[in-house]
Design a protein around this ligand. Structure first.
Ligand code: FAD
Ligand code: NAI
Length: 469
């Protein structure tokens, strides 16, 4: 039991939103506590999300490279074998090293960390169910950062063995012969890629009429073609209406989304990846009077204030882009506001990355959004097949596309498919933070030979003057 249980700030949830808010609040001199029920800090991201998925993406990428590409570079190997237990053990070590790292940072910044399930228990009060019993804590400000959980699909019950969520798909004991992924979004394509590279026959079923349906259309179409060449199969415009577990696997009933005759598809493992929903169970928000919207997201104003004075919310639980770095930005902003500073998040410049190979990265508006908003824009495109470094690397699929305002030249969006796209997008995000024109990026010197030259050339192409195409 804690002797001193009153704080300036109490944060519920130790994910990227919560732990970053806690560290920033403590840096600013606020007496801070963070409660998480998981028993391991870092939330979804470090434990069952970003970090383990990227560890497996990297390992499976190496495996695919060794099998398919090393020979092209003149490297001959003997028999290449998969050692899945070692791959999984490495992933788990990466996770635990990262989560322990956050515990270290809490100690360094004197953030009080409590393992337990928190519930709002009246003005400025939080009850925490811990292994030693219930504790009552008080705080001037309470920040809800309880994140999100898998959205279930009616008729397809997740057992984390045959029918898995992303959590089960990060922990399969063997490579399934067939994997059906329901949902061609970010998780579907990343984890479909992992198991496809390791040898599973992967079929991705998507309700809408394209993969990555919320990305720029040109990106979605090209990415689907690239992944098909890698062996993934897509069934678009299709819904899953039932699932039956059996010895030979799971038999799914599929129907065209627009109606039509049903068909069946059997797979050893099925992954449900149709999105995530806010996590507020057991938090007592209704009793506390914290308003939520019709999808269950906690409602906040532009200062992360909920409908209850002294209670704030950040991260996945408030909706918007359900991304770790968006949650982190909000964590910093809310802490700075609580310390009397002017914390702020620029939602126009939040990048998104799909860590397939090649990667997909985006920031700002898509062509479809600009058209719908009636904004006149110019497009500059440059393919990696014309980039010296990409060719030298043997990794020249994809392109960079920059969208800029037709009148002012201000960069409105950037969409990349390509090697290291997730890192390349950073300069465009920075540019957008400074309201850069495409001309600014075009006139910036980029090292040669570098993948970043493709970004510069796309910016030059906005003005119709790329050098290398
Ligand atoms: P969370 O990380 O969900 O943390 C919330 C924490 O609150 C949890 O630890 C939970 O235990 C705790 N909690 C909940 N209720 C209570 C309670 N009542 N009392 C105490 N504790 C409680 N995003 C990216 O940006 N990049 C990626 O590459 C990426 N990959 C992903 C891969 C997968 C497979 C998944 C599932 C997600 C991925 N995400 C990625 C999304 C990212 O994980 C989330 O956006 C991010 O974790 C949200 O942070 P958060 O702090 O809002 O919530
Ligand atoms: P998502 O929203 O990216 O994709 C879900 C997909 O499922 C969509 O294409 C949707 O149209 C489809 N869908 C919805 N209902 C369906 C149904 N009944 N049948 C078939 N298809 C259906 O969600 P996903 O992939 O589950 O990821 C959840 C969250 O985690 C996302 O918000 C994402 O931002 C985050 N995440 C981020 C990653 C990254 O940044 N690299 C990696 C993984 C997850």
């Amino acid at each position: 039991m804690m002797a001193d249980n009153s704080f300036d700030v109490l944060i519920i949830g130790g994910g990227p939103g919560g732990y970053v808010a806690a560290i920033r609040a403590a840096q600013l001199g606020l007496k801070t506590a963070c409660v998480d029920k998981r028993g391991s800090l870092g939330g979804t991201c470090l434990n069952i999300g970003c970090i383990p998925s990227k560890a497996l993406l990297q390992s499976s990428h190496h495996y695919a490279e060794a099998r398919q590409h090393f020979a092209l570079h003149g490297i001959k190997l003997g028999k290449i074998e998969l050692d899945l237990p070692t791959m999984m053990a490495r992933k788990q070590k990466v996770v635990s090293d990262n989560t322990k790292g956050i515990e270290f940072l809490f100690k360094k910044h004197k953030v009080v960390y409590l393992v337990g399930e928190a519930r709002l228990a009246g003005a400025g009060r939080v009850a925490v169910k811990t292994a030693e019993g219930e504790q009552s804590l008080t705080a001037k400000s309470i920040v809800i950062a309880t994140g999100s959980e898998v959205t279930p699909l009616p008729g397809v019950a997740i057992d984390e063995k045959q029918i898995v969520s992303s959590t089960g798909a990060l922990d399969l004991a063997q490579v399934p012969k067939q994997l059906v992924v329901i949902g061609a979004g970010v998780i579907g394509l990343e984890l479909g890629s992992v198991w496809g590279r390791l040898g599973a026959e992967v079929t991705v079923i998507e309700y809408l009429d394209r993969a990555l349906p919320f990305h720029d259309g040109e990106i979605s179409r090209q990415m689907q073609r690239i992944l098909e060449r890698q062996g993934l199969r897509f069934k678009l415009g299709t819904k899953v209406t039932a699932a039956k577990n059996g010895k030979g696997g799971v038999t799914l009933t599929l129907e065209p989304a627009k109606g039509g005759p049903a068909e069946e598809l059997t797979a050893e493992v099925v992954l449900v990846a149709i999105g995530r929903r806010p996590c507020t169970d057991g938090l007592g928000i209704e009793e506390a009077g914290v308003e939520i919207d019709n999808r269950g997201f906690v409602k906040v104003d532009s200062h992360f204030r909920t409908s209850v004075a002294g209670v704030y919310a950040i991260g996945d639980v408030i909706g918007g882009a359900m991304l770790a770095h968006k949650a982190e930005e909000e964590g910093v902003a809310v802490a700075e506001q609580l310390a009397g500073q002017a914390g702020h998040v620029n939602y126009e410049a939040i990048p998104g990355v799909v860590y397939t190979w090649p990667e997909v990265a985006n920031v700002g508006k898509t062509e479809e959004q600009l058209t719908a908003e009636g904004v006149a824009y110019k497009t500059g495109k440059f393919p990696f097949s014309a980039n010296g470094r990409a060719r030298a690397n043997g990794d020249s699929e994809g392109f960079v596309k920059i969208l800029a305002d037709a009148k002012t030249d201000r960069v409105l969006g950037c969409h990349i498919i390509g090697p290291e796209a997730g890192d390349l997008i950073a300069e465009v995000v920075l540019g957008m933070e400074f309201a850069a024109a495409a001309e600014d990026i075009a006139r910036t010197c980029h090292a040669h030979p570098g993948l970043g030259e493709a970004v510069k050339e796309a910016a030059l192409a906005v003005a119709g003057r790329p050098i290398h195409i």
